[in-house]
Ligand binder design. Structure first.
Ligand code: CP
Ligand code: NVA
Length: 306
């Protein structure tokens, strides 16, 4: 199929990604000025959620409405997908009625299979492997507060999960150094690490990792789908909690990001989101603006002035 998809940051060139982020800032400004901008009038986004969501659902739904279109929430519990209708058949049918489809799923292969049979753009709203929409918001937040991230040092603390994998893709595409501090056995995807080469280093000690860092980020220790591992992970990840004291060892102008939801007292200290170095609320808001830029690019590229 010829539609353009966004399943990974690698589906865009670095120029396109930087353009998306700049456009996200422009669309944020438009909204803050109260301007009406509806390039997606009569366009419909289908949103398939196999996992829970607050930010992803709201940002896509509100974003489509603000751009003049509509979004439809689809739960596998209520659709035939949940009763075994093949992904390929679902993709053929849904993409004949919709203008784009966002999918939050477990297996990344669900996304690739759906995309292979879809006439319309498919967007990854999080899989077990990747969360590219979140990184658009993270990169927008860094640009807004600190300027270009190229050449900077970014540190990922904790689980080598879908967010960590996407930070590796971002390191390649946005050209920064990434240090990952994780326990043995919880490293990110090996193929991505090989692709990133010397750009990404794996360490065990969070304190050593954050020295001189410009951006520190972390995520829950137990991702959706891993609930039965929660107790074991809690014990193992304890030394990887991000605290104000840990940020003190980073660069003076370090910022802290967390994709949320956060677990205070686990991956972050109780007070971390109140620290002025934390920009997690701006980051969450930027999901809206960055994804509006993405929807514009994928659904109405003629309007997308990157
Ligand atoms: N960060 C993020 O994707 O949040 P939700 O799970 O609430 O969508
Ligand atoms: N790693 C987390 C991210 C949630 C937005 C998860 O997959 O549950």
């Amino acid at each position: 199929m010829s539609a353009r998809h966004f399943l990974s940051l690698m589906d865009c060139t670095p120029q396109e990604l930087n353009g998306l982020i700049r456009r996200g800032i422009e669309l944020k400004d438009l909204r803050n000025r109260g301007a009406l901008y509806e390039p997606l009038k009569n366009r419909v986004l289908g949103m398939i959620f196999e996992k829970a969501s607050t930010r992803t659902r709201l940002s896509f739904e509100a974003g489509m409405i603000q751009l003049g279109g509509q979004a439809i929430f689809l739960s596998p519990r209520d659709t035939q997908l949940g009763r075994g209708e093949p992904i390929a058949d679902s993709a053929i049918v849904m993409s004949r009625m919709l203008d784009a489809v966002m999918i939050r799923t477990y297996a990344h292969s669900t996304l690739t299979e759906f995309a292979a049979h879809s006439r319309v753009p498919v967007i990854n709203g999080l899989s077990d492997d990747l969360h590219p929409c979140q990184l658009l918001a993270d990169m927008q937040t860094f640009l807004e507060h600190r300027g270009a991230i190229q050449g900077k040092t970014v540190v990922w603390i904790g689980d080598g999960n879908n967010m960590c994998n996407t930070y590796i893709e971002a390191a390649i595409q946005f050209d920064f150094q990434l240090r990952v501090a994780c326990p043995a056995g919880y490293e990110p995807n090996a193929a991505l690490l090989a692709q990133a080469g010397e750009r990404v280093t794996i360490l065990r000690d969070p304190l050593e990792a954050v020295r001189g860092a410009h951006l520190v980020s972390t995520d829950v220790w137990t991702s959706m789908g891993q609930e039965e591992e929660a107790a074991a992970r809690m014990a193992l990840f304890r030394p990887y909690q991000v605290t104000r004291a840990l940020l003190d060892a980073a660069a003076d102008d370090v910022i802290f990001l967390h994709c949320l939801p956060a677990h205070r007292g686990e991956e972050i200290s109780e007070d971390l989101l109140d620290d002025p170095r934390s920009l997690a609320w701006d980051q969450a808001e930027n999901r809206l603006h960055a994804q509006k830029a993405l929807l514009e690019l994928l659904v109405e590229p003629a309007y997308h002035h990157a």
